[in-house]
Write a protein that binds this ligand. Structure first.
Ligand SMILES: Cc1cc2nc3c(=O)[nH]c(=O)nc-3n(C[C@H](O)[C@H](O)[C@H](O)COP(=O)(O)O)c2cc1C
Length: 374
């Protein structure tokens, strides 16, 4: 039984802290949190304390989904522990060499919240988009971002994690994405192969890899990546490379046509993909530059992600497919009720991001302890 008093205290503390945090812009508050995590990662005493909080907050509730056994059915989604941006691979590798923490939160977030999906990592480092790239919409507990895949690149990420191999958590995922602007399928396959090679060369073996086909915040149209042919080709490459040692999950967009989800589910099953994350953020006009797209997460995404989850389950033809991928829900899991919405349509586990903003660092523990009417 999670410590009810501890969770109540946590709820009260975050209710008091939230208005203060929300006085800063979403981006500034996020940067401050990342700075804090960068420091906490290096302090053994802080990690021990975060682990103690984790034990107080979470009940063991093991669940096997997408070929992975998780301690409980909520994981932190990609995009929170994703690393710094760099202009070149040499610069990113130099930073690793100099001992800089280029993936803030890599140690402290798993210690506190348990399973985390690191990334997205692209083959090459990226600075992401300039200017304001994160917003809150408090009225419906939503977030919006156009971070644009800022990350240190797969080689430096692997080198960094390799240096800390002994301190990596027991259960974590790694999300890889294709560099925006790479349209040629051979080159896309090459990028994915090389990214996986870097992790393998450093003996970084996550519990799962996710192939992100759905980032809405770059110059690419994510819909273009999620065709039957491209998805099949890319998944085959990854599955071949992983040789059955690590399960592959694929992350899809919200708002695809019903038939597209059915088609994609069949392709994923045929290629041996074990999990499908439904969904990434929903592209909407950015608040200050409406001609640019910025992905909506949180409350405003929930219905769309729920529809995708339902469609992906409808595509399941019992007995007709080799191994059907499990659906990992993602989109507006903010409380017990929104989590249960997904459970009721067949999702065994879910990921969250926006809940960290609206419910605090132990959001997952609060959600798991709330019933559907909380
Ligand atoms: C600031 C920010 C950055 C994100 N970056 C990534 C990313 O790099 N890769 C990815 O697959 N998803 C990324 N996401 C999407 C989240 O993983 C998640 O799919 C989305 O926020 C929906 O979940 P939510 O409704 O709980 O926020 C990002 C989300 C946010 C808010």
């Amino acid at each position: 039984m999670a410590n009810a008093a501890f969770l109540a205290l946590n709820r009260a503390l975050y209710a008091a802290a939230r208005p203060i945090l929300f006085r800063s812009s979403a981006q500034r508050a996020h940067e401050q949190v990342i700075d804090l995590l960068r420091t906490l990662d290096t302090r053994d005493s802080a990690i021990a304390l975060l682990r103690a909080f984790n034990r107080l907050a979470f009940n063991p509730q093991p669940v096997t989904v997408g070929g992975v056994t998780l301690p409980y059915p909520l994981m932190l989604a990609a995009g929170f522990v994703k690393g710094d941006g760099f202009t070149s691979e040499a610069e990113a590798l130099d930073a690793v060499e100099s001992g800089r923490n280029i993936i803030p939160g890599w140690r402290s977030m798993p210690a506190l919240v348990g399973p985390v999906e690191f990334g997205s990592f692209t083959r090459w480092p990226r600075l992401g988009n300039p200017g304001t790239v994160m917003w809150r919409h408090v009225s419906d507990r939503s977030t919006q971002n156009r971070v644009g895949l800022r990350n240190p690149g797969a080689r430096a990420a692997a080198a960094f994690l390799g240096r800390h191999r002994d301190q990596l958590p027991d259960v974590y995922g790694i999300n890889i994405a294709i560099s925006p602007g790479v349209e040629v399928i051979d080159q896309q396959q090459q990028e994915v192969r090389e990214s996986l090679d870097f992790f393998e060369a450093q003996a970084i073996r996550p519990a799962w890899f996710t192939l992100n086909l759905s980032c809405p915040n770059t110059e690419d149209d994510p819909g273009g990546r999620q065709t039957e042919a491209l998805t099949r080709d890319l998944c085959r490459v990854v599955i071949d490379q992983l040789q059955g040692q690590t399960p592959l999950w694929v992350k899809l967009s919200p708002g695809l046509a019903d038939e597209q989800y059915t088609l994609l589910r069949r392709v994923l099953a045929e290629t041996g993909v074990r999990g499908v994350i439904a969904t990434n953020t929903l592209a909407q006009p950015a608040p200050d530059t409406p001609e640019l797209a910025a992905g909506i997460g949180g409350g405003r995404l929930h219905k769309c992600a729920l529809t995708a989850t339902i469609r992906l389950h409808e595509g399941h033809l019992p007995g007709a497919e080799p191994i059907s991928p499990d659906v990992i829900a993602c989109g507006g899991v903010l409380d017990g009720a929104t989590f249960q919405d997904f459970v009721q349509v067949g999702a065994q586990a879910a990921q969250y991001w926006s809940a960290l903003i609206y419910r605090g660092p132990l959001a997952a523990a609060l959600i798991l302890n709330e019933d559907s009417h909380a």
